[in-house]
Write a protein that binds this ligand. Sequence first.
Ligand code: GDP
Length: 306
Amino acid sequence: MDSGPGWLGRLRAGLAKTRQTFTARVEDLLGRGIDPSFYDELEELLIQADLGVPGTEAVIARLRERARTDARTPDSLRRALVEILTGELGEAASLTLTPPPGVVVILGTNGSGKTTTIGKLAARLKGEEKKILLAAGDTFRAAAIDQLEAWARRVGVDLVRHNPGADPSAVVYDAAQAARARHADVLIVDTAGRLHTKANLMEELKKVDRVLRRELPGSPVEALLVLDATTGQNGIIQARQFKAALPLTGIVLTKLDGTARGGVVVAISRELGLPVKFVGVGEGLDDLQPFDPRAFAAALFAAGEN
Ligand code: GDP
């Protein structure tokens, strides 16, 4: 997926809070070189940036190994850190959307940034000349339907909606038929983030998933869980609940611009064993980016302009 010009700048700007604290302090530490407290202090910084204990330990262990051989100057230490972090983050993972219509189900608790993510994703895919259809599958909140409709209008894509309180499975059934009839390339489905009980919610999501797979056999189904980076590693607990209910294919980590603990990306992808496919770095239409491990690691550790 093309990221467009200036996305690196926006990624760096989106990570400004993390860069102000974490990056600046790592830079000081690297400048000092490997003295007796170097690894302890680095460990503390990585923990504060929310990499999580296992992620932090892995990075430190690998850096120690590298420092034994080649990486001892500030520059080579920084390069080693970027490489190690890139490795921890795994491969860049894009969406599988063919054969069309590709289905993207957006899951997550209310307030995580689902609706905004759908709007941004629709705009991005439309920019790739794809025909997009949205389905208002969160029928639990009237406001969710209206908000999605506003995004559909803003981006200029069609929306399938029913009235509040309708059965979400009926919405996605209609949306699946419409996607086929209108030759949509991608069907993006909003889902409820909360119902009366968690068990109800998970049952509803499973049913939505079943209907989509039944009505669009042969279509790939991406199930993306939206997590709010500002809630840090609490997202991991939420994610496990969704993961137990349906086969997630990736994470969208929103509001990275709102946290100084951007290292949470490492903890999340590591502990869930799921790729982070997109990151949200602002509220604008262009502020959803395909997650690029190397660019992210470089933005976290590269000193200089913010
Ligand atoms: P939903 O309840 O999950 O559908 O969440 P919304 O899409 O309504 O988003 C909740 C709030 O988070 C809104 O005010 C969004 O503008 C904001 N938001 C979503 N993504 C981002 C992001 O990447 N960065 C920032 N700063 N705000 C975001």
